[in-house]
Ligand binder design. Structure first.
Ligand code: NAD
Ligand code: DAU
Length: 343
């Protein structure tokens, strides 16, 4: 493994992974293949831009010829697929691009890995494929999938295709299912960056429903370490959950965020819930731990470090938030939600 194609490497987790891999492996070459949707941003990669081991190719994973050309031109031996439409609220408003990229695009990459005989294909997936997890249960990799949003369903399609390509054609595919990531360069539509940047401007934090949904907020670099480990020590055909294994209510996350900023709880505004909102995700992470991985950050450390990054990096998020495209999204997602009294 020396020449990696990082599909979706201009997004949040992908760009953190690119930096991580270039720093850790002096003899690796990293090619980012990314369509640059609203969520892709070359500023996420400024720190590696002039590294001779790094190259950027603008391209769509739904285009087989362009994918094949990039693989051949850069002598790629490994694909890591981060490329996806990733925001649940957008998938509820308009699922089409999710099915295109997350299902068909994954197939295109798997087909290229099969035809060109690549060493490894890795699919970056999500705990959302398990759906809402009731009681005290922690999802196991062997649990049935039960996605409930168009986003989760499209990611599940990608996972199933990766498994099928391994079983049917022997493609050396691995899958990780990650919990919610937080950290630098997350587009300000996901809860933590939207709330930090709103709070900095003394704007309301629109909490969906009662805010008692439970998530496992993990630090993005812990996730990157797990991905690296699975690439080097994971078994082809296997699925690995990645998260702290813990859980916290959204309201608890918000309290830490407000505390770090020194902002009042009065900024919290309960609004109409997300349709089909999964109440709880929680992962059993014993399997990835057998590879020698441990998360380095607690929920609180991950949240506080992320808040500090947004405070220090207004140059990155402010232009996004004042842009017309972002304003249209914000209006479409939030304007029709009612403010809930007495929650
Ligand atoms: P993101 O939305 O920040 O970035 C997605 C990237 O994919 C962008 O750079 C975008 O331009 C690119 N892209 C989209 N469609 C493309 C296409 N058709 N062809 C090429 N590039 C395309 O996403 P993220 O939060 O960094 O998530 C990365 C991956 O990790 C996704 O597969 C997501 O499902 C998964 N994941 C995310 C989280 C999380 O909390 N963010 C948790 C678990 C798993
Ligand atoms: O669990 C992994 C998933 O985490 C990834 O697969 C997805 O790509 C990623 O977007 C994320 O999905 P979520 O739906 O959990 O993330 P989001 O940041 O959108 O929401 C987190 C929680 O916060 C969720 O319970 C909904 C709530 N929320 C979100 C927003 C944007 C609010 O209460 N208000 C908001 O404005």
């Amino acid at each position: 493994m020396r020449n990696l194609l990082i599909a979706g490497g201009a997004g949040f987790i992908g760009s953190n992974f690119v930096r991580f891999m270039l720093e850790k492996y002096p003899d690796y070459h990293v090619i980012v293949y990314d369509k640059l949707t609203y969520a892709g941003n070359l500023q996420n990669l400024l720190e590696v831009d002039d590294d001779p081991r790094f190259a950027f190719v603008k391209g769509d994973i739904c285009e087989p010829q362009a994918v094949e050309q990039a693989i051949k031109e850069h002598r790629i031996d490994t694909i890591v697929n981060f490329a996806a439409e990733t925001h649940v609220d957008r998938s509820i408003m308009d699922p089409d691009a999710f099915i295109q990229t997350d299902v068909y695009g994954t197939y295109v990459l798997l087909e290229a890995a099969r035809r060109l005989g690549l060493e490894r294909y890795h699919q970056v997936s999500t705990d959302e494929v398990y759906g809402h997890v009731p009681g005290e249960h922690r999802s196991l990799e062997s649990d049935p999938v039960a996605p409930r949003s168009p986003y989760a369903a499209s990611k599940t399609g990608g996972d199933l295709m990766a498994v099928a390509y391994h079983v049917t054609y022997g493609v050396p595919a691995t899958i990780t299912r990650g919990a919610n990531n937080v950290g630098p360069y997350q587009y300000p539509e996901k809860v933590l960056p939207v709330f930090v940047t709103n709070a900095l401007d003394n704007l309301p934090l629109p909490v969906y429903g009662d805010g008692k949904q439970r998530r496992d907020y993990q630090y993005v670099l812990d996730h990157c370490e797990a991905l690296d480990l699975v690439l080097h020590r994971g078994q082809a055909g296997e699925i690995y959950n990645v998260g702290t294994g813990g859980e916290m209510e959204n309201l608890a996350m918000i309290e830490i965020l407000l505390d770090e900023l020194g902002k009042p709880r009065s900024l919290i505004q309960h609004v109409t819930d997300r349709p089909g909102h999964d109440r709880r995700y929680c992962l059993n992470v014993d399997k990835i731990k057998t590879l020698g991985w441990e998360p380095r950050h607690t929920h609180e450390q991950a949240i506080r470090a992320t808040v500090r990054w947004y405070v220090a990096n207004e140059w990155w998020w402010r232009p996004i938030k004042v842009g017309e495209r972002y304003k249209q999204y914000y209006e479409a997602n939030y304007a029709q939600r009612q403010v809930l009294a007495g929650t």
